[in-house]
Design a protein around this ligand. Sequence first.
Ligand code: NI
Ligand code: MN
Length: 225
Amino acid sequence: MKITFLGHACLAIEVAGKNILVDPFITGNELAKNIDVHTLKADYVLITHAHQDHILDVETIVKNTGATIVSNYEIVMHYGAKNFKGHPMNHGGAWQFDFGKVTYTHAVHTSSFPDGSYGGNPGGFIIETTEGNIYIAGDTALTMDMKLIPLQTKLDLAVLPIGDNFTMGTDAAALASDFVQCNKVLGYHFDTFGYIEIDHDKAKKVFADKDKELILLEIGSSISI
Ligand code: NI
Ligand code: MN
């Protein structure tokens, strides 16, 4: 499984011969100006919640690729009304896709669309594949529900928000990595706006002090698990 960081909370995942994009927000992100949204491949677009900084480029990408939108019921209905195809889920539910099993997890956050319309309740995703298992937390606070995840899944990587203010910061994210029992963390949702700018070395040290690894990727670069 190859995971490419496309800035903010946007990830491109290649697994089992499929391309998955998560929370595309590229054209609104000055830091991601070297990423061309029109060259991105997608069989699926996973959306954690309806906030602008997670959905801005969904329609462009789905029009270009014909990808299937996977998200909560309300978000899939919103795009369904615009004739985009989707697969609706809700919290705690899992579905076996052709690349692996996806579970929609609980997140403590909000989820309105930019026009204020209802975007369901926010979530995250567990993706279990023959190439490894990852948890993408979405925008969330630290929550006790994270402790349920290792009861069901052995994770190889946790993707956690670390920018603070709108989500967990690094201290809470380090606790979250304890809760999900995963020592390898990819940080996201940081540096995009003034409210979420972080000190990278300080953030890495919070994890290193617990014998954990915090990976902070340059936009456009990748890791493999
Ligand atoms: Ni949000
Ligand atoms: Mn966000």
